[in-house]
Design a protein around this ligand. Structure first.
Ligand SMILES: [Ca+2]
Ligand SMILES: [Ca+2]
Ligand SMILES: [Ca+2]
Length: 326
């Protein structure tokens, strides 16, 4: 491996040895797009490229392609494992998020909650989930006021597929969300702040008929350690027809202290930030303001995070604010 020169993108061994499976479905090329054509949206055969030990030299090149049923296997076809290598977020080097005035946000929040002692989810602002989310049953006893001015969501030790979630009764549009949060350091759980068009509130006869579009912060406690942690950021587009996500390494452990986590949901992009520093910006053109609800949730699962946790995990939420785009 790596004994020949790399190609223009620094990749080694792209041709010969074994063909490499590609994600593209087989189909005619799009004549309007010669640069990095994506292939059709569906099909029956996936592409492979690059030729193999069993091919003539003229076929051992990236532009030469074959295709077959994705279940097909052969000693001349392989694949290339990839890993994201994303630069670590640093408070010192990250750019500042725009101020409320610079970003065109209202100077005062249109919605906020300090979760003062005596907070109850039965007030008109929030509802507590009693239904299944992400494969886990949500219990009202796992999302409650801790009497110290915080909402606390708990995943209990050894209790699989159980968690807590609250979401707003009202729907929101473009604007900036910020919440002051402290995560648990217990592995085996996921804790989130996110928006989702769960329900179309204009159709009360159907309580679950939203378009499912989402913007997420998901905290991956299994990655947390001294001075380090990872956060999963994601967008699910309308009707969940596709999503984008990335795990971003951080220069701090989100369980060591409270931080102000936020995202700006704008007509052409989403900007995730922490303590007023930008973590990531995603630009897009096909995500439409979906009249979403805002959520906090905590859950465990075996896949992805290797739950359930060995100790109780408490997610502390001190306050949340929403500043609409003016
Ligand atoms: Ca909605
Ligand atoms: Ca509805
Ligand atoms: Ca508070």
């Amino acid at each position: 491996m790596g004994q020949k020169s790399p190609n223009a993108w620094g990749l080694y061994d792209m041709i010969g040895s074994v063909w490499e499976w590609c994600w593209d479905w087989h189909g005619k090329y799009d004549l309007t797009r010669s640069d990095d054509p994506k292939g059709p949206v569906s099909g029956t055969a996936r592409i492979f490229r690059g030729g193999s030990w069993n091919d003539f030299p003229r076929n051992s090149r990236a532009a030469f392609r074959g295709g077959d049923d994705p279940d097909y296997a052969s000693d001349a076809i392989g694949f290339r494992p990839l890993r994201r290598a994303f630069p670590r977020f640093s408070h010192e080097n990250a750019p500042d998020a725009l101020s409320l005035a610079e970003g065109g946000f209202a100077p005062q929040p249109a919605f906020s909650d300090d979760f003062d002692p005596g907070w109850s989810a039965t007030q008109s602002a929030w509802e507590v989930a009693t239904w299944v989310q992400n494969g886990g049953h949500m219990s009202p006893t796992r999302a409650r006021d801790n009497g110290k001015g915080q909402l606390v969501q708990t995943v209990k030790a050894g209790e699989p597929y159980r968690g807590g979630s609250v979401n707003t009764y009202h729907e929101f549009g473009y604007g900036r969300w910020i919440a002051r949060l402290k995560l648990p350091s217990v592995p085996g759980t996921v804790h989130s702040m996110f928006t989702k068009d769960w329900d179309d509130r204009s159709t009360p006869d159907d309580p679950h008929d939203g378009k499912q579009a989402e913007v997420d912060f998901e905290f991956l406690t299994y990655t947390f350690g001294p001075g380090y942690g990872e956060v999963h950021i994601a967008i699910h587009f309308l009707n969940k027809h596709h999503s984008r996500y990335i795990d971003i390494p951080l220069d701090f452990n989100p369980a060591e202290d409270f931080h102000e986590w936020g995202f700006d949901i704008l007509p052409d992009r989403v900007v995730w930030h922490v303590d007023g520093k930008v973590i990531y910006t995603w630009e897009y053109t096909d995500f439409i303001d979906p009249n979403y609800e805002f959520f906090f949730n905590s859950l465990t699962r075996d896949k992805w995070v290797n739950g359930p946790p060995a100790e109780d995990a408490h997610y502390l939420i001190d306050w949340v604010k929403f500043f609409p785009l003016e």
